[in-house]
Design a protein around this ligand. Structure first.
Ligand code: ZN
Length: 187
């Protein structure tokens, strides 16, 4: 039975999915998540994946889909530019709370995640946070930052103000972490 265009999903090709996954090193792109989404399965011939090539604007128009943009063509909707690699939890989160996760924020996450992947080649992954944010917190403690700077950081991490304060408190208390991060990331 022929489907109407609205019912047709603009799914990513296997090649696009692979690119979305590999360009972020199989890590979730949400800045405060960054979990590894693929690993060895107990079956020697398989791997286990908890990763999703999520659509930034929805793949099809239907009730409850997030960020559907009718102005996009089918090609644009399944293009690399419209995808972001996430873990299953974060993929669900961005779809159930559309207002909290607008297109601009997801594109920012993707850019940061790709940058993080690029900078991490050949290094040990010691942090789930964007290294530039950690560097910025170490060099310029949050209590000296202006509200606008705090807001910028919070947006970059995609977390609440409370979470940012908690993160900073933990960072401040655990001086050894600073040394750890400096060893790997702070030039
Ligand atoms: Zn995640």
């Amino acid at each position: 039975m022929a489907k109407t265009p609205k019912e047709t999903r603009d799914d990513f090709s296997p090649k696009t999915i692979r690119l979305l996954r590999e360009r972020v090193s199989d890590l979730c792109s949400k800045p405060d998540c960054r979990v590894l989404t693929r690993g060895a399965s107990s079956n020697q011939e398989k791997t286990t994946s908890i990763g999703v090539a999520a659509h930034i604007t929805a793949a099809a128009s239907a009730a409850g889909v997030a960020r559907y943009d009718a102005s996009l063509s089918s090609e644009q909707r399944k293009h690399y530019d419209n995808g972001i690699w996430l873990c299953q939890t974060c993929s669900r989160l961005i779809d159930v709370d559309e207002n909290r996760f607008p297109v601009s924020l997801l594109k920012e996450w993707k850019e940061i995640a790709e940058q993080y992947s690029k900078e991490s080649i050949g290094k040990q992954l010691v942090s789930s946070f964007d290294p530039s944010v950690i560097k910025s917190l170490i060099e310029d403690p949050i209590n000296k930052k202006t509200n606008a700077e705090k807001d910028e950081l919070r947006k970059k991490l995609g977390i609440t103000e409370q979470a940012l304060t908690t993160f900073f408190t933990i960072l401040k208390k655990k001086i050894f972490l600073r040394n750890h991060y400096q060893q790997f990331y702070v030039k």
